[in-house]
Design a binder for this molecule. Structure first.
Ligand code: 5GP
Length: 232
């Protein structure tokens, strides 16, 4: 009996060590490339944004190494801290593709994203590459244009999930994931006359471990199935 207990304790300890190891080395399986819609970022924020009015262009929120298991969250890994030494040419591109929509402190935003997420994939993408790759994907798959071409315009219409996801899939050939936020201006208990909705907040493209090729996104949507999506 004592041997059994000892062996069980050893197994638990080994598992805990394994989990700690995974979390600190930033083992990951794929990337989420998250682009935000600034009007929604600012609408759900408690105070006004630096960009006022916010620009109507999808911009980068982050490139997040991730695991398929929800419990294996990958963030804040041991790795180099943001050195704020990106090449000037890249910095000027990122000011367009990856601005700090909320506060206007672009380098602080990049630094926070690198320290929280980029450190977990440093074995694949060093700091310059991480930001360069993000900019390249942003440019290659222009979500703003893709939706515009499909006549999905930010005019306050409400859409089904597939209306927005399908044209993106047609162009990228891979399934994106949409992320939504509750509309803070919507009454908590809407009457029967108002159809409740959610706001389109982010479009996610998923990338292979190597950060180079797109793959289908699975189960990463935060939108509610039964609610229409307002794009404004
Ligand atoms: P994460 O830290 O996991 O990458 O993303 C969540 C955080 O990012 C939230 O606290 C949100 O406020 C922040 N965030 C999203 N977009 C922006 C932005 O454009 N600027 C800044 N400063 N923070 C942002």
């Amino acid at each position: 009996m004592a041997m059994l207990k000892l062996s069980l304790a050893f197994d638990v300890l080994a598992f805990v060590f394994f989990l700690c190891f995974i979390m600190s080395t930033g083992s990951y399986q794929y990337f989420l490339f998250v682009q935000q819609w600034p009007p929604t970022t600012c609408a759900v924020r408690k105070k006004p944004c630096y960009q006022n009015p916010p620009s109507k262009i999808f911009t980068i929120h982050g490139l997040w190494p991730s695991n398929y298991s929800k419990n294996a969250w990958v963030a804040n890994c041991n790795g180099t801290r943001f050195s704020n030494s990106l090449s000037p040419a890249l910095e000027s591109k990122l000011k367009k593709s990856w601005p700090d929509v909320e506060s206007g402190n672009d380098t602080d935003f990049w630094g926070r994203e690198w320290n929280k997420h980029g450190t977990c994939s440093e074995q694949t993408l060093d700091q310059e590459l991480y930001f360069q790759r993000s900019h390249i994907i942003w440019k290659a798959f222009n979500i703003t244009n893709i939706l515009q071409n499909a006549k999905i315009l930010p005019t306050g219409s409400k859409w089904d999930y597939a209306d927005i996801a399908s044209p993106i899939k047609t162009v990228t050939t891979k399934m994106p994931a949409l992320r939504c936020k509750p509309d803070p201006t919507q009454p908590k208990n809407p009457n029967n006359l108002t159809m409740p909705h959610q706001l389109l907040h982010e479009v996610v493209l998923c990338l292979h471990y190597n950060g180079r090729v797109l793959i289908d996104c699975n189960h990463t949507s935060t939108c509610k199935n039964n609610l229409k999506i307002l794009f404004q």
